[in-house]
Design a binder for this molecule. Structure first.
Ligand SMILES: Nc1ncnc2c1ncn2[C@@H]1O[C@H](COP(=O)(O)OP(=O)(O)OP(=O)(O)O)[C@@H](O)[C@H]1O
Ligand SMILES: [Mg+2]
Length: 248
């Protein structure tokens, strides 16, 4: 297997008596797309919370870019190159599209410059401008984020997660609630981001998973049920029983 950018070993957290993530290990290869799939409540978003520093694991370790980062705070991980988008829309609805992006890009300013007047935060402004163009949102730069269509909001969220120039991007159901057409274009966009970037993707649309993924990890009741190439996972009887409902 090619070099791993992210390595998760025996990661675990319980919520009361519920083992939300139990003894989970996997690797995400540099430059690839690794997908996490599994039924509702399988522990996928909790895994992202553990990897991105929103929750502290009770057991296990996380290694990122050759360094142990277990328990690091979200902000420190972001500076090290690990960024995430959320399953539930996480925009500032009352701010413009540009301001949302500029705030997300502020982490690029040297430490101590974050409180500069907006006009002087040049790196953040440049990055926000580039992302507006790249994500087809330039015409909406001055619109309030709350006034965008659902598809545009989800696109903006991916752009915001990229604003910090991460090495690893965690995307939690980026196509949720999208039309078929928006799902296809979002999938194409995600594919085009891989290579320079390593992507960890939670996705329910099984066609998207099969088309995009280099590697698939299947979770069930907090634990890893299977992993492999999309084809290997699709043919796995335990996966079909627990999750795919016999889809071929
Ligand atoms: N903060 C929390 N406190 C208590 N229980 C939680 C918490 N977060 C999640 N859970 C529970 O942990 C389990 C895993 O939830 P999680 O959100 O990780 O699942 P998921 O795989 O992302 O599901 P979905 O596909 O619906 O998004 C669920 O039973 C959920 O109810
Ligand atoms: Mg979830």
């Amino acid at each position: 297997m090619s070099e791993a950018l992210l390595q998760v070993e025996n990661l675990a957290i319980n919520f009361g008596a519920l083992p939300a993530v139990s003894n989970l290990s996997f690797r995400a290869a540099k430059g690839g797309i690794t997908s996490i799939i599994g039924p509702n409540g399988a522990g996928k978003s909790t895994l992202f919370n553990l990897v991105s520093g929103a929750l502290q694991p009770q057991r296990g370790r996380v290694e990122f870019a050759g360094e142990e980062v277990t328990g690091w705070a979200t902000h420190r991980l972001l500076r090290a190159g690990l960024s995430r988008s959320f399953q539930i829309t996480n925009l500032f609805f009352e701010l413009s599209v540009f301001e949302n992006l500029r705030l997300a890009a502020q982490i690029l300013e040297p430490a101590g410059h974050w409180l500069l007047p907006v006009a002087r935060s040049t790196k953040g402004r440049e990055r926000a401008g580039d992302l507006l163009e790249r994500f087809g949102l330039a015409e909406k730069a001055g619109s309030l984020a709350g006034h965008l269509s659902h598809g545009e909001q989800r696109r903006l969220e991916i752009a915001m997660a990229l604003a910090s120039r991460p090495k690893l991007l965690l995307l939690d159901e980026p196509t949720q609630g999208m039309s078929h057409g928006d799902t296809q274009s979002t999938a194409d966009m995600i594919k085009s981001l891989a290579g320079d970037l390593t992507i960890l993707l939670i996705e329910h649309d099984i066609d998207v998973v099969m088309n995009l993924s280099d590697h698939v990890v299947v979770m069930h009741q907090g634990a890893k049920l299977a992993e492999g190439t999309p084809a290997e996972v699709r043919e796995n009887p335990a996966v079909q029983k627990a999750y795919l409902g016999g889809v071929h």
